[in-house]
Design a protein around this ligand. Structure first.
Ligand SMILES: [Zn+2]
Length: 450
């Protein structure tokens, strides 16, 4: 579909960036949103492509600020083509790649090579986070200015907790001068040593080595103190503990320059899943399934409840997938030895919509958390349908049911604890800069599985 003019008619447009929520038409011209709810008869000249969205939701394309695309070095887990195809299929029009690659994204040359590769391979907008420390060894600060000039949107050693308070302090000081946020995989290595899951009744029952939620809270609260000390801009990634929310709330109350994200899985899943799943009966998940292993780990219902409330009240700013694809051989081993992480780009919307269907999160808050809110955390374009914005648009059916089938994922990572579950919320079309990059009705399963 190469027509420069597209009219998406009859859909329910939900755009929290401008408090817009009603049935209306959306007009795209030359890659931009040119009109929202135009007066009857006022359509683009020529013959625009008309897309019927009756019964569907039309939103800004989703923005994922925390995506592991595994490039360079781990292309057997994911590559830019498969990762951004997965993004488009999941309604994401922007992804931000994490730097725990091989080599680590700790230099201008590595960062620029990914951006070059993205020019030809990425189906959606792609941004890159730079590492904080050389090789993510936690010892020597990278050339933050150089990386920032090359386009790094922020700095993180994600995947490797940054233990050195001194290094975190300096990273915050320098990154702030560059206007870039710093984030950290907040899990205290001492407490985490050998841990495979969250410490609680379930870990005791299963006899698996575990770590308490304080492993996260200790490091997160330290980072918040250092953000306060330096006046630095800190972003809390994959917040998973109810206790962490208290620290974030108090830091925000004191005026600390902090934002926070939560993953779809920490909002919706608990450690009970590690003990197995019996519902639905047709898709039993055995206990000790490594597909339930993630870092930080799945916690308890009280944590989920607190995270949902914090997202609703703004203490947590946004949703980020922490999409972490792995090869089968990384996961199909003993629980204790298995790699951590879930593939999530293609199930994120459905996970979040479970909260909307249960009446625990408003639709507007859910869409805000997937669109304008993450864009704001890193100052990215997108996440809005305001006139003049890039025409990054997602069209989906929030009520259509599907069974999660990892074999159908565009991602190379099939590692999800949701396999076999019935869920609701199916992406129909995704547009990036006015170009359709995903069309459910045109998908050829044979191609998808290739
Ligand atoms: Zn992490």
């Amino acid at each position: 579909m190469n027509n420069r003019s597209i009219v998406i008619i009859g859909g329910r447009i939900v755009d929290p960036s401008q408090n817009f929520d009603r049935t209306a038409d959306l007009v795209i011209e030359d890659g931009e949103i040119s009109a929202i709810d135009p007066p009857a008869g006022q359509l683009p000249l020529g013959e625009p492509t008309v897309i019927d969205a009756h019964g569907l939701l039309v939103t800004a394309g989703f923005v994922d600020i925390h995506t592991h695309l595994r490039v360079p070095g781990f292309e057997y887990k994911e590559n830019l083509i498969s990762g951004t195809r997965a993004a488009a299929a999941g309604g994401f029009t922007t992804v931000c790649a994490m730097p725990n690659t091989s080599p680590v994204i700790d230099s201008r040359s590595v960062l620029e090579s990914i951006l070059d590769q993205a020019e030809t391979e990425a189906l959606v907008h792609l941004y890159v986070h730079g590492a904080i420390s050389v090789g993510q060894h936690g010892e020597q600060l990278v050339e933050l200015g150089d990386l920032s000039d090359a386009g790094a949107i922020g700095f993180t050693d994600d995947g490797n907790p940054l233990s050195s308070s001194r290094l975190m302090r300096h990273a915050l000081e320098y990154a702030t001068q560059l206007g870039r946020p710093v984030s950290n995989h907040a899990e205290d290595p001492g407490l985490m040593a050998g841990a495979a899951m969250h410490e609680g009744l379930v870990s005791t029952r299963l006899g698996l080595p575990s770590a308490p939620r304080q492993a996260e809270e200790i490091m997160l609260s330290r980072d918040l103190l250092l953000a306060e000390l330096t006046g630095g801009r800190y972003h809390c990634i994959h917040v998973s503990s109810a206790g962490s929310i208290d620290y974030i709330r108090r830091a925000k109350d004191r005026g600390v320059n902090v934002t926070a994200e939560v993953t779809p899985h920490h909002l919706t899943l608990t450690d009970e899943l590690v003990a197995g799943r019996t519902e639905p009966l047709s898709a039993v998940l055995p206990p000790y399934d490594p597909n339930t292993k993630v870092a930080p780990p799945l916690r308890e219902q009280a944590d989920c409840d607190a995270l949902v409330s914090a997202l609703a009240d703004g203490t947590i700013d946004c949703i980020a997938t922490d999409h972490a694809p792995h090869a089968l051989h990384d996961k199909n081993i003993e629980f204790a030895d298995a790699a951590v992480g879930f593939t999530a780009l293609e199930t994120a919307l459905a996970s979040v919509l479970t909260l909307v269907r249960d009446g625990r999160l408003s639709l507007a808050a859910a869409i805000e958390g997937l669109t304008i809110a993450p864009a704001r955390c890193y100052g990215l374009p997108g996440g809005t349908l305001k006139v003049g914005s890039p025409a990054d648009v997602t069209v989906f059916d929030p009520d259509e049911e599907f069974i999660v089938d990892p074999a159908s994922f565009r991602s190379r990572g099939k590692n999800t604890p949701l396999a076999g579950l019935p869920m609701h919320g199916v992406i129909q079309r995704t547009f990036v800069d006015g170009v359709q990059v995903f069309d459910r009705s045109a998908e050829d399963p044979a191609v998808v599985r290739a």
